[in-house]
Design a protein around this ligand. Structure first.
Ligand SMILES: [Zn+2]
Length: 320
């Protein structure tokens, strides 16, 4: 069975996994990132990828998922606000060091490819993955192909505006982006937005910067009034974004990943009827909304899949 190295490059650490072509992760090599300067990150990638390659023995290639707008043909990071990078030749820097092909793509697109190939997208042709974490990452598969866009920007679902007049300010500077309203961070913002109505709320016992989406979610599941008010506003905004996605691409399945999605049926039962109400021209009930099954592994599995396929899609010629 063929093997590839799948790398998940995050803002705090890098993980290089040995992945076989059946989507199984056999080993993971991790390193914390203390310095996000390009040279330092390259050094951390070399170390973890080198260890994974040694363990794999014989790897077909290396796939790397990185935050930001990535030219998947050249492997250059065109723009990554998380790292403060512009036009950094990530793929080229690593290609010169390893004797196998290196592919680089946006991390959320890689996770989409992983979940599509081996998770809840398996067997579908039209699929969307959304990861609800600090932000909202996403990817769209239409007609069996991952959408990349004219300049690698397709799938930036987190930055379509759903509340441009009354929403929270997004990290991208726009108001009311889907990400600002319906990510884990969005849930926290909703809790603060309704806090004045709940002066004795247990959620406010912790320091402001310690209130987590997990705490709010668990309190909502336990019936806490403040948490439920935040949760209701959060799921309302989530439903708006999901209905928009259905109007754009009418996928067979939308999978929700990331920390918030561990709420499972508690989240799905709230969101599904709202989405139905907001689905008008597209036949209702033709998109399944489910919880993603690969969790944090999706990025590594998808990056390795990209390396085994020779690129994100068959249609894109890639420098190796
Ligand atoms: Zn935004």
């Amino acid at each position: 069975m063929r093997t590839a190295i799948g790398v998940d490059l995050g803002g705090s650490h890098v993980t290089a996994a040995v992945v076989t072509e059946d989507g199984t992760i056999h080993q993971q090599h991790e390193k914390d990132l203390e310095d996000l300067q390009f040279d330092k990150v390259i050094a951390a990638l070399e170390e973890t990828i080198g260890a994974a390659l040694k363990a794999a023995g014989n790897a077909t290639g290396i796939g790397i998922g990185s935050p930001g707008n990535i030219d998947a043909a050249s492997g250059a990071v065109l723009y990554s606000p998380n790292f403060g990078w512009q036009n950094e030749p990530l793929g080229a820097a690593l290609r010169s060091r390893f004797g196998v092909p290196v592919y680089v793509a946006n991390d959320a697109r890689c996770a989409t490819l992983g979940e599509y190939t081996f998770g809840t997208g398996k067997g579908t042709k039209d699929f969307v993955l959304l990861t609800l974490g600090t932000g909202i990452g996403g990817g769209i598969v239409a007609g069996g192909e991952l959408l990349l866009g004219n300049r690698w920007g397709a799938g930036e679902i987190g930055h379509h505006q759903i509340r441009p007049t009354d929403g929270f300010v997004c990290g991208c500077t726009k108001i009311g982006c889907f990400e600002a309203q319906a990510s884990g961070t969005g849930l926290i913002r909703h809790a603060f937005a309704v806090a004045s109505s709940f002066p004795r709320s247990a959620l406010l016992d912790v320091a402001r910067d310690k209130l987590s989406s997990k705490k709010i979610r668990k309190a909502a599941q336990a019936g806490d009034g403040h948490a439920l008010a935040a949760w209701r506003n959060f799921t309302g905004d989530l439903a708006i974004g999901l209905a928009n996605i259905i109007a754009f691409v009418n996928p067979q399945t939308i999978a929700l990943g990331g920390g918030v999605s561990t709420a499972g049926d508690f989240m799905l039962d709230a969101v599904r009827p709202l989405v139905e109400t907001l689905t008008t021209m597209v036949p209702r009930g033709t998109t399944n909304i489910v919880v993603a099954s690969l969790g944090n592994d999706a990025g590594q599995v998808g990056a390795a899949t990209m390396a085994l396929k020779g690129g994100l899609t068959a249609a894109v010629a890639v420098a190796v």
